[in-house]
Each structure stands twice: as structure tokens, then as C-alpha cells.
Ligand binder design. Structure first.
Ligand code: ADP
Ligand code: ZN
Length: 218
């Protein structure tokens, strides 16, 4: 399948992408992950990206589009892809439409994960990632509030992303409302939008049940 996962930072896009990934619904393309990988390897793209990421601002479209079109042109993206963190602006969405139609392809659906802002701040401040396996966890869900916790999947070290601190989180949410929310109407008009409720008390598995229902998957 060719899907776009749309939703504010912390809405659970990466977690749901991991579920879909397990059923081979396509490669997971997370622009944020690609930028962080470049940053870790200190590539020119990574060093440029850092300036924006540290402030929770968007990277210039030009850089993002070059990177995404390269990624989607790789052979493994032929079977399908789950776009996570892209598109984030109307210009990016228009580019994607054009890129796909030039390759005789189109999106199957756009999943919108709806979550309230205050919950997002709480979730993101408690989000940790495993350095070894890359899995994402939430300290609240683990009933743990300190950083000494090890990864439940592999025992690796959990770390907090630099941009998961409250000031930067608030800015990322503002950027989402200002620049990404217009995509909701953009995709609604194309009849591609499917809304998935992703609220507080719901476990990732419950949300995944709704994702499958929205996509008519068993
Ligand atoms: P979030 O949890 O905020 O969704 P991501 O991991 O998707 O975080 O992205 C982290 C940062 O990478 C963003 O705050 C932004 O600086 C940059 N970024 C990621 N995707 C895009 C994009 N499509 N356009 C512009 N900047 C992006
Ligand atoms: Zn791990």
C-alpha cells in the first residue's frame, strides 16, 4: 500500500507504522528518522537539519523533497510505502502528487491520527527511544518515571530526543497547526482522508484495530 500517516508530533504515527510494517504493507519512510540518522553520521544534510530540528522548525522544502524523492525511488519502495512525517506542508503534498503521477502511481489513503495538544505534550515529554533496536516507548505506559529503565524489547539503552523538551514541543505543535493542518482539507478534497481516533486511554493495539478497520485490513 501507499499510505501517508498524518498527525501532530506524538500522535503515534511511528508506532502505527511499525504495526503496518510487520504485515509488509510497505517500507516505513520517516523523514525525521532519516534526518536523525544523517545527524548521527554528521553528513552535510544532518548538520543542516540540526539547525531546524533543535528549534522544532520545518526544514526547507527543497532539502526535504530531494531526500524523499531519492528514498521513494529506491527499489524496496516499489512494493509500497508508509510515509511518516511527510508531507508536512501543502507544497510538499503537491510535490508528492506530481512525483507519484509521473511514476503512474497514487496514494491508497491518508490516515489522520487525532489527539489533543495537552496529551501530546505529556506524551512527548515521556517518550524514549531505544539506542539499539530503535523501538519507541512511553515512560507513562511503562509505569516508570526515571531514565534508568532499559528497553523492554532488547535491554538496550533508552534515550530522550533533543527536541522532546517542552519549549520545542510547543513550537512543533504550533508548526503542525499552522503548516500541516491545511493538509487535512487537501486530502479530504481528494477523498483520501481516513480519521483514526488516537486518544489517551487507548492502547497502541486499540488504535491499530481502528487503522485496520479504516483500511479494510483483516
Ligand atoms: P515529530 O515527532 O515532530 O513528528 P519527526 O521525527 O517527524 O518529529 O521530525 C523531526 C524534525 O525533522 C521536525 O521537527 C523537522 O525539523 C524535521 N522534519 C521532519 N520531516 C519534515 C518534513 N517533511 N518537512 C520539513 N521538516 C521535516
Ligand atoms: Zn531495544
Amino acid at each position: 500500500m501507499r499510505l501517508v500517516l498524518l498527525g501532530a508530533p506524538g500522535a503515534g504515527k511511528g508506532t502505527q507504522a511499525a504495526f503496518l510494517r510487520e504485515r509488509n504493507e510497505g517500507v516505513h519512510v520517516s523523514t525525521g528518522d532519516i534526518f536523525r540518522k544523517n545527524l548521527k553520521e554528521e553528513t552535510p544534510l544532518g548538520l543542516e537539519a540540526k539547525k531546524y530540528m533543535d528549534q522544532g522548525a520545518l526544514m526547507p522544502d527543497e532539502l526535504v523533497l530531494k531526500m524523499v524523492s531519492a528514498r521513494l525511488s529506491e527499489p524496496d519502495a516499489e512494493q509500497g510505502f508508509l510515509l511518516d512525517g511527510f508531507p508536512r506542508t501543502v507544497a510538499q503534498a503537491e510535490f508528492l502528487e506530481k512525483f507519484l503521477s509521473e511514476h503512474g502511481k497514487k496514494l491508497d489513503a491518508v490516515l489522520l491520527f487525532g489527539v489533543d495538544d495537552e496529551l501530546l505534550v505529556k506524551r512527548l515529554s515521556n517518550r524514549r527511544t531505544c539506542r539499539s533496536c530503535g523501538n519507541i516507548f512511553n515512560l507513562l505506559a511503562m509505569h516508570e518515571h526515571d531514565d534508568k529503565v532499559k528497553c523492554p524489547s532488547c535491554g538496550g539503552e533508552l534515550y530522550q530526543r533533543d527536541d522532546d523538551n517542552e519549549a520545542v514541543i510547543r513550537n512543533r505543535l504550533k508548526v503542525f497547526h499552522d503548516q500541516t493542518e491545511p493538509l487535512i482539507d487537501f486530502y479530504k478534497a481528494k477523498n483520501l482522508l481516513k480519521v483514526v481516533n488516537a486518544e489517551a486511554e487507548d492502547t497502541p493495539e486499540m488504535v491499530y484495530g481502528r487503522v485496520k478497520a479504516a483500511l479494510n485490513l483483516k
